[in-house]
Design a protein around this ligand. Structure first.
Ligand code: RTP
Ligand code: MG
Length: 154
């Protein structure tokens, strides 16, 4: 990991999984030059959902949000790169797909405010990336690798 690199937490939400968009999301992040360092296909249980979305606990949409994120599997990932948290947020686009720019993941693929395909750590919330990575992954589930030292395998 070079000195300006950071890691960020990303997941394909249940709507994206059900619609077969895991590959598309992974492909966009790979294409942008970010490096995958962890991934798992999983269900989020009630406790994890409430903790992950804890910042929204007092919002009117909280129950629906927890219900949605626990309703079907998600694809949780950790991506690494320069300014990765903010760059992923830029690629995601605005929370509401109706407002998200074309060319962004939500602008191209999102259906509505709830079914907006992807989650990424908030770059304006200091340390959110590290907190979310720790919430979803154990250290040994993250893979340290570097193309420049691994050598070509094909
Ligand atoms: P996320 O956390 O899922 O990556 O999305 P975000 O940062 O862009 O948006 P955030 O404000 O953190 O909201 C989390 C999710 O809650 C749903 N939401 N519903 N009904 C509403 O007014 C409302 N506002 C937000 C969205 O699905 C959003 O992704
Ligand atoms: Mg958020």
């Amino acid at each position: 990991m070079s000195h300006h690199d950071e890691r960020t937490f990303v997941m394909v939400k249940p709507d994206g999984v059900q619609r077969g968009l895991i590959g598309e999301v992974v492909s966009r992040l790979e294409g942008r030059g970010l490096k995958l360092v962890g991934a798992k296909f999983m269900r989020i249980d009630q406790d994890l959902a409430e903790e992950h979305y804890g910042e929204h606990a007092d919002k009117p949409f909280f129950e629906d949000l927890v219900g949605f994120i626990t309703a079907a599997p998600v694809f949780a990932m950790v991506w690494e790169g320069a300014d990765a948290t903010r760059q992923v947020r830029r690629m995601m686009g605005a929370t509401d797909p109706a407002e998200a720019q074309p060319g962004t993941i939500r602008g191209d693929l999102g259906l509505d405010l709830g079914q907006n395909v992807i989650h990424g750590s908030d770059h304006e919330d200091e340390g959110a990336n590290e907190r979310e990575i720790a919430l979803f992954f154990d250290d040994e589930e993250l893979v340290n690798w570097d193309q420049s030292t691994e050598g070509w395998v094909y």
